[in-house]
Design a binder for this molecule. Structure first.
Ligand code: SF4
Length: 331
């Protein structure tokens, strides 16, 4: 297998694939999407379950082991648990995870678990109902928390992580509540720096609340100590020194973690993105639908990944925000 493993031109082994199963979402988060939503892809444009499964099998044959399913909001895709079951059966995929806004978790938790989900990240930017509404334009916090509890009832789903996008002049007022949330539940809370991938294109460096500042705010409330970083990890994770839980910081803007990046992404319509901030993409749907065999598609993927970007250039002069927004990439 070693000689078949996927590597980029910088010597990094690529073993983590994020697949966006839909560009649609039932939320309208300020840092991601305009209030009126976006022009959604037509049904025939997005990959079918069979096409996704075939591509994932090809990727697994190249040493992809970690598979994360994202959106938009993946749970709005009809029969999503069926797709999950198909992907859980793909040989070589050893870690199957999901990123969701949690709104449909109450409905789907049991089906997701029986289909084989192992880890789940739930996006929650505020633990205060009115501020949650302010950020997501949905009055949905109680339902999301109920969904989280429904999922937590399944001990085989571990870890469950709660991701809060950190935005200056908003998140500061959430730090205390998120600390208590991390300390009183089995959820690992992580703050993620706001990235220039928003639909309104209103991101400016000043709107970023840096991880280091948040870490100081947390430490001022409860002492924390850093845990060893996993290879290719995106988060710096800390434990509360009194042993009550963990809290993390994902700092792509202030502390980029590109040097050992092992991630690539597949969009809902079958475009391969080698970096979150890629300005170009490789179409896999067209060869898939025009009869290319697995070896041909394997070759197309390898060539694209070989050209994977060394790093993002968010902090550099001349940085260009990608035309594709976070909701159409999936994180
Ligand atoms: S910005 Fe690109 S290179 Fe950097 S960690 Fe993210 S995906 Fe990897």
């Amino acid at each position: 297998m070693a000689d078949r493993q996927l590597h980029d031109g910088h010597g990094r082994r690529i073993s983590d694939l994020r697949v966006s199963v839909t560009d649609r979402c039932n939320f309208r988060c300020q840092y991601c999407m305009p209030a009126e939503g976006l022009d959604w892809l037509d049904r025939e444009e997005i990959l079918t379950f069979e096409e996704i499964t075939r591509l994932v099998s090809i990727f697994a044959g190249m040493g992809i082991e970690d598979l994360r399913l994202t959106g938009g909001e993946p749970l709005v895709r009809k029969q999503f648990p069926d797709l999950l079951g198909m992907l859980a059966a793909v040989e070589g995929i050893s870690d199957l995870s999901l990123t969701t806004n949690g709104y449909l978790l109450g409905r789907d938790a049991a089906a997701l678990v029986s289909a084989g989900i192992q880890r789940v990240n739930v996006s929650i930017d505020s633990l205060q109902r009115d501020r949650f509404f302010q950020m997501t334009r949905r009055d949905a916090l109680p339902r999301v928390l109920d969904g989280l509890e429904a999922l937590a009832a399944h001990p085989e789903v571990d870890p469950i992580k709660v991701n809060a996008v950190a935005i200056r002049d908003f998140t500061e007022d959430e730090v205390g509540r998120f600390c208590e949330f991390a300390r009183s539940t089995r959820y690992q809370v992580r703050f993620i720096e706001f990235m220039p991938l928003d639909g309104d294109r209103s991101w400016v460096p000043e709107s970023v609340l840096a991880g280091e500042q948040l870490r100081k705010m947390v430490a001022a409330i409860h002492p924390i100590e850093e845990l060893p970083r996993e290879p290719s990890a995106t988060a710096r994770v800390f434990r509360f020194t009194d042993g009550r839980g963990e809290i993390g910081f994902i700092n792509p803007v202030s502390e980029p973690f590109c040097s050992d990046c092992n991630r690539i992404r597949l969009t809902a319509e079958g475009k391969l993105r080698t970096c979150l901030f890629s300005m170009s993409e490789t179409d896999l749907r067209e060869p898939l639908r025009s009869g290319a065999d697995d070896a041909e598609i394997d070759g197309i993927i390898r060539e694209a990944v070989w050209r994977k970007e060394l790093k993002h250039r968010v902090n550099e002069p001349g940085f260009q925000q990608p035309p594709r927004t976070m909701s159409a990439i999936g994180g």
